[in-house]
Design a binder for this molecule. Sequence first.
Ligand code: PLP
Length: 371
Amino acid sequence: MKVPFVDLNAQYQSIKKEIDGAIFDVINKAQFIRGPYVDKFEKEFASAMKVKHCISCANGTDALYISMHCLGVKSGDEVITTAHSWISTSETITQTGAKVIFCDTKDDTFNINPSLIESKINSKTKGIIAVHLYGQPADMDAIQAIASKHNLWVIEDSAQAHFATYKGKNVGTIGKLGTFSFYPGKNLGAMGDAGCIVTNDDELAELMKLYARHGGKGDHTIEGINSRMDGIQAAILSVKLPHLKNWIKERQRVARRYTELLKEVGDLILPEVGSNRDHVWHLYVIRTHHRDNLRTYLKEADIATVLNYPIALPFLKAYNYLNHNPSDFPVAYANQGRILSLPIFPELKDEQIVYVTDKIKEYFSINQHSL
Ligand SMILES: Cc1ncc(COP(=O)(O)O)c(C=O)c1O
């Protein structure tokens, strides 16, 4: 049996008529960049998130850069973020001219460890970027408490966590602002690049809108950048948005089944969910000391897996200049060699889940001697 890591075509087939209609509508009306479809999606997403403003942009990386630029981050500043994320979270700090200050993660949730943040704060620190990694909210109460004590802002990088909640609040709406990616493989994915920023801050929202769109339309009051959402992507996202809650339920079903079926198998550590939060399972990540051999075994059985991410941010070549050692981030360092993301998407069938878990059990029963 073949088990892909994700199956974007399966989702397309389930809503094909609506998607095709939406795309042709945009083409017929020639509303390719920004315009009414983008305005409509911005309103719908803000309303679904229960937040005042949604500012669309070209992708989730731009959303982070635009946010920090408009918060005034510049050369000489420092921004604290997690050691375990996709590089967009840290490369955009560098793009503003500021210095990236990495912080290690919690062993149970893969998210930034709030108890390590305070020791990294100094007079140059401007803010904290919390990432809701794999779809699980970070410890927002503790992060917000540190930020307000030191007069810092918090950006929630919610690229992997649309509609995840912390104490009943949507992630992205708890800190100063939240950034989202609509990359096709995300829980809410476009059919190309797209992203947005959400905030309740009126003044900041106006500035971010202006900055993302060349600083005006002929009447440029500031220099900006070109980071716009396409009409086709917005129309596609409007079709998909009403389905998202249901797709999240399906992801939660898959995660529950993996957890049931993989209990006490080999040396596996299964993902945990912290208290007071709702995990939306963008990724289901197991840990094992046999990661590479298990991955090869699953590949031979036609099961696709992914490493998110094989090298923690501080140990990437791109950050050699920071001279970090494994002992600076022991949790992120230990996890980079053990993590394995299993296939997860709403349309994953129970028989496929059982096939994946049977193959994992088979691997550990054959290799029992080396455990
Ligand atoms: C945690 C995180 N932040 C930011 C991004 C950037 O999003 P995009 O690919 O839309 O630029 C991603 C996307 O992979 C991500 O996973």
